[in-house]
Design a protein around this ligand. Structure first.
Ligand SMILES: Cc1cc2nc3c(=O)[nH]c(=O)nc-3n(C[C@H](O)[C@H](O)[C@H](O)COP(=O)(O)OP(=O)(O)OC[C@H]3O[C@@H](n4cnc5c(N)ncnc54)[C@H](O)[C@@H]3O)c2cc1C
Length: 293
């Protein structure tokens, strides 16, 4: 019997983590990723203890995660006047056996990519290779059609094809052709990072504001010798679909687009306007969603 070969559509966090798991099990797999070069895109992401356990089981170490993030210690909800509403510990402070990490999404992505290439070889991730469709073979197995960035096409055969190709998944669209389109998630977000001193525990995820406008703020690095860390923030306003402007995923944005929503959000423990002004880059993201199949 020939060895199984798993085809994975998409080299995001999901596709690369899956490939690392298959490699660990000794199952051959190839990731097909549409972009020509993976780049460390994104800002903060929280990796919950159950996911950190998986990363540790894959052989990633706390020292590696400490380079891309920081263990989260607290989750706190704060009202617009700066008053605490609710707070609870997170990660090992909450009794889990594994920490929760607040990390840089792009650096986590690069860590998974580099680890896979180191272990399985560069041929395990085919870049500039977009899966446009598949056929299930009558005798078992599957073929996938790959569109390469040079304009050529190829067909690959595998035991299984796993769609890890994100919210606009081509695999899912073929598998579930009658799914409804992506829908508006109710909010427009501006995301960025600034160098600032962490608040509260020093590693708190703070949700600040109300249902109309709110901030999410948390550090994604340990503080430097002067006490400054990279602080991830999301500034978010609720908009219904008719109010929502045409917005692209990861559109660069200006402070003047949104900072006025947070004028006066200054407390003795946090200065939101100053945090926003300290941003190196800002991106506008619409909150969009898809119904489960
Ligand atoms: C650019 C980017 C930035 C993000 N930033 C943040 C952030 O800052 N904070 C946060 O919490 N979450 C962020 N996310 C979302 C978060 O990373 C993902 O929702 C989550 O990790 C799920 O990952 P995934 O692997 O399922 O999908 P994704 O991360 O969306 O990855 C899907 C991958 O598949 C590739 N792909 C798509 N279609 C095809 C195809 N037909 N053939 C081959 N390849 C294909 C895409 O290029 C992409 O690399 C970001 C996602 C992206 C894509």
């Amino acid at each position: 019997m020939t060895q199984p070969h798993i085809l994975i559509a998409g080299g995001g966090i999901g596709g690369l983590a899956l490939a690392l798991s298959l490699h660990q099990l000794g199952v051959r797999c190839t990731v097909y990723e549409q972009v020509r070069a993976l780049k460390p895109l994104g800002v903060g992401i929280n990796i919950q203890p159950n996911a950190v356990r998986e990363l540790f089981d894959l052989g990633l170490t706390p020292a590696q995660l400490d380079k891309i993030g920081v263990p989260a210690r607290e989750w706190a909800l704060v009202g617009q006047k700066g008053q605490e509403i609710y707070a609870e510990p997170r990660g090992t402070d909450a009794g889990y056996r594994w920490p929760q990490y607040a990390a840089h999404r792009g650096q986590l992505h690069m860590l998974l990519y580099q680890t896979l290439v180191d272990r399985a070889g560069p041929e395990a991730v085919q870049l500039g290779a977009k899966i446009s469709g598949y056929s299930i073979l009558p005798e078992g197995g599957v073929t996938a059609t790959i569109n390469h960035t040079d304009g050529s096409h190829s067909i690959v055969e595998g035991t299984l094809l796993i769609g890890a190709d994100g919210i606009h998944s081509a695999v899912r669209a073929q598998m579930h052709p009658h799914q409804p389109p992506i829908h508006w998630g109710g909010a427009l977000m501006w995301r960025g990072t600034s160098r600032a001193k962490p608040v509260r525990t020093g590693s708190s995820f703070v949700g600040l504001g109300d249902h109309r406008q709110r901030m999410v703020i948390y550090p994604i690095s340990a503080p430097d010798a002067d006490g400054f860390a990279t602080i991830n923030w999301i500034a978010e306003v609720t908009l219904d679909e008719t109010e929502a402007r045409k917005s692209g995923w990861y559109k660069p944005a200006q402070l003047s687009d949104f900072a006025h929503h947070f004028d006066g959000w200054t407390y003795d423990w946090l200065d939101v306007p100053a945090l926003l002004r300290g941003a190196s880059e800002i991106y506008e993201n619409p909150m969009i969603d898809r119904d489960p199949v």
